[in-house]
Design a protein around this ligand. Sequence first.
Ligand code: DSN
Length: 411
Amino acid sequence: MTDLERRDPEIARIVADEERRQQNEINLIASENIVSSAVLAAQGSVLTNKYAEGYPGKRYYGGCEVVDRAEELARVRACKLFGAEHANVQPHSGTQANLAAYAAVLEPRDKVLALELAHGGHLSHGAKVSFSGKAYEFHHYPLSRETERIDLGIVEEMARALRPKLIVTGASAYPRHIDFAGFARIAREVGALFLVDMAHIAGLVAGGAHPSPVPHADLVTTTTHKTLRGPRCGMILCRSSFAKKVDSAVFPGTQGGPLMHLVAARAVCFAEAATPEFRSYAAQVVANARKLGEVLARAGVRLVSGGTDNHLILVDLRSVGITGDVAENALARARIVANMNMIPFDPNPPRRPSGLRIGTPAITTRGMGLEEVERIAEWIAAILKDPGNEARTSAIANDVLDLCGRFPTRY
Ligand code: DSN
């Protein structure tokens, strides 16, 4: 019996149930992944007991000499992994990282240009309901209606008219490469700073499976738990000229004490992401997403922008005559987990959108390759085309269970 089972059987049962759920379902949520036992061990360690407000060597508490080593390692490993001049590894999440990055370079009500949320952007990129949209004057560039991709012509035209202080790119539901050099050129042209939120693609960048924004952007924010496969945290990379401002914006600007167990877990994740195995993983994530898209397209399911260059595809469910909520629920009955999503120029509302976002980071971590992806895509296509067919859905659920049994979630 574990300590948790003895001391808190209710929570122990919840943890065990969740582990079983993860083992017995195919997780296609594009922003989720599975951490290694080493990352789990670091984040479940006694480093959680330590307060360490400040930075290594400059703390506001005694007894920080050991955790200082963890933060220094995390910072140095992050800089090496991404070729960055400076890293702040304290933001608690991606949104916290964005909040601090904005605070480092903007004044309230400054103008910012970012990707439209409904076209794949993010709440913290200036949505009205987010702090970002309240504190700063965000304007949003749409995707091209024809290509459903970022059109730098549109971005440039808006940037010239607006003269923003900051241009932001990065997305949570965009299946294509982003031309970071092109964005940097526009930012330079209009005298704006350039920030990339690479949260979704960070692992692909680390593994060489996606062009890096780091040489082109003044600031790069990210989470560490999506394709990067680390703990649930944020991080800011920047040029050394912004280091002091970024560090002060994180602490004391927008956060208190860093979570040192998670700082250590980031360090573990960065070491893992620097290995040749991780490079193969990143390439396989992309190959799996491409295969998933090809099989769905062959079955008559339309993909936004016609395909993918990264870890996710965005399905236009109008091609099969259903909405995202129906698709998400029908797939869940077959033990396949994905999320409904808006598509660009979506005629439907967010709770009943026309899209489904499907990603391959977690199944690839489990070791699933093209053969398994082909089967999964066939199951998805069958369900999307006939979501009310309960007999077939439950037959697929059994097949999913068999498949999951061969691919453990613990590693
Ligand atoms: N919630 C994340 C996602 O699913 O993409 C973004 O913060």
